[in-house]
Design a protein around this ligand. Structure first.
Ligand code: DSN
Length: 478
């Protein structure tokens, strides 16, 4: 395929959009410029391929397809069946999974599908059995009451938010925290690492229905074999949310004990982070959960997004190519080079380093909150996000951490030498930023001072780092 084809495709698309609402076309063009010019270190973001992006912009978006492949509630779904079946096949082959469900629209949707599948499979509920054999309309009010009582208040044990767990693993601001009686396991205060003996102890005491593994801000490998043994010892279903590190599993960087797929009963993921696909979610599971998982729509999902399933099929096909394994390894090499560069310059990192795609800097050593550091870095052309550190005294809004990740810059082609230079830029900004004060003289958690000339200089240096690695080099919108 010629590089010209990509340019023509995106230029033509913008021309068509511009004829209707030029401001949207302008915003799409501006987003490309912004992404091209910023040093993107957000650990959960990436750059999908032109083929993946283009697979989403078409008439598949117009089709309703509730149901599953070959069993739809709408006529005319033969082409949706083709792309959904292809995406599921690529997912099964890529991850060695028995079953794949590619309809979830996002990570939270994938987790909701998984939670309800486990509840339906595991909870001893005479009312649910009735609901499954009878027509729903035949259930009495008393049956419904019993169903709510039996399914509600089940127990979930997941990683605590400040240790790197995710909101959807049973935390109060999310529906999972309202559905489940949740308890969390943290990390060892001295090392920052998961203490599996403590997890086992918590599981023995709490006896969860679901043990959740996975994280969004833990910079280390997780031993899923041990977590499965813990789940088995208390009769829990073991679920892993691999949204952040799915690309490292796909690329065979995480294998054996560190690959969740052979160990977990059910695995959820997003498709747009290290996996580098379209924005969406997916569930992989053991055969015994497949029927319940396939009821995701209508249980918790609306109609599937066929255009996004088409893009998932494209991205998963890309991830099955040999060069994806090389990409995945480079993500980790880059994260380790970034961590080493920061440590050598005196930064404090949670757990002292990384085994995966992300690094968590404890910025309290620089006298800053996460919020101050995030903004000062942004002023300097470096895009990151603030994140809690374990036992964070600044809470989840201001935080004491900055989470940085390498999937996106690795896609652009930056390597370990550039990671060391990136560490220098980050360290310079953080050492030159000073925390501000409120009007009454008390320390502010948001205000800061950073010399504007220095911020400009760092932005130019960041742009110099990116210049040899253009983003979407074949796409010329001028
Ligand atoms: N928002 C994603 C992240 O940044 O980790 C997870 O939901």
């Amino acid at each position: 395929m010629s590089r010209n084809a990509e340019s023509t495709a995106f230029r033509s698309a913008l021309e068509v959009i511009r004829a209707v609402e030029p401001r949207v076309a302008d915003a799409i063009g501006a987003e490309l410029t912004d992404q091209r010019e910023s040093l993107k270190l957000i650990a959960s973001e990436n750059y999908a391929s032109p083929a993946t992006l283009l697979a989403m912009g078409n008439w598949f978006s117009d089709k309703y397809a509730e149901g599953t492949v070959g069993r739809r509630f709408y006529a005319g779904c033969q082409n949706v069946d083709t792309v959904e079946a292809l995406a599921a096949e690529h997912a099964r082959e890529l991850f060695g999974a028995a079953h794949a469900y590619v309809q979830p629209h996002s990570g939270i949707d994938a987790n909701l599908v998984a939670f309800w599948a486990v509840l339906a499979d595991r909870v001893e509920s005479p009312a649910l059995k009735k609901a499954q054999v009878r027509q729903v309309n035949d259930l009495t009010e008393a049956d419904w009451f019993a169903l709510r009582r039996e399914l509600g208040n089940q127990r979930m044990l997941g990683m605590s938010l400040d240790a790197g767990g995710h909101l959807t693993h049973g935390f109060r601001p999310n529906i999972s925290g309202k559905m489940f009686d949740q308890r969390s396991y943290g990390t060892d205060p001295a090392t920052g690492l998961i203490d599996y003996d403590r997890v086992a102890e918590a599981a023995r005491e709490f006896k969860p229905l679901i043990l959740v593994g996975g994280y969004s801000a833990y910079p280390r490998k997780v031993n899923f074999r041990i977590l499965r043994e813990i789940a088995d010892s208390v009769g829990a279903t073991f679920m892993v949310d691999m949204a952040h590190f799915a690309g490292l599993v796909a690329g065979k960087v995480f294998t054996g004990d560190f690959d969740p797929v052979p160990h977990a009963h059910i695995v959820t993921t997003t498709t747009h982070k290290s996996l580098r696909g379209p924005r969406g979610g997916m569930v992989l599971c053991q055969p015994e959960l497949a029927d319940q998982v396939d009821r995701g729509c209508p249980m918790v999902l609306g109609g599937p997004l066929p255009h996004v399933m088409a893009a998932k099929a494209v991205a998963l096909a890309e991830a099955r190519r040999p060069d994806f394994a090389d990409y995945a390894q480079r993500i980790v090499d880059n994260a380790q080079a970034l961590a080493d560069g920061l440590l050598r310059r005196g930064a404090t990192l949670v757990t002292g380093g990384t085994d995966n795609h992300l690094v968590l800097i404890d910025v309290s050593g620089y006298g800053l909150t996460g919020r101050q550091a995030e903004q000062a870095l942004l002023d300097s052309g470096i895009v990151t996000n603030r994140n809690s550190v374990p036992q964070d005294p600044n809470g989840a809004w201001y935080t004491s951490g900055i989470r940085i990740g390498t999937p996106a810059l690795t896609t652009r082609g930056l390597g370990t030498a550039e990671m060391d230079q990136t560490a220098e830029l980050i360290h310079t900004v953080l050492t030159q930023t000073t925390a501000g004060a409120n009007a009454d003289g008390t320390p502010s958690k948001a205000k800061y001072t950073l010399d504007a000339d220095l911020a400009d200089k760092i932005s130019r240096q960041a742009a110099d780092l990116l210049a040899p690695h253009p983003l979407y080099p074949a796409v010329d919108l001028t």
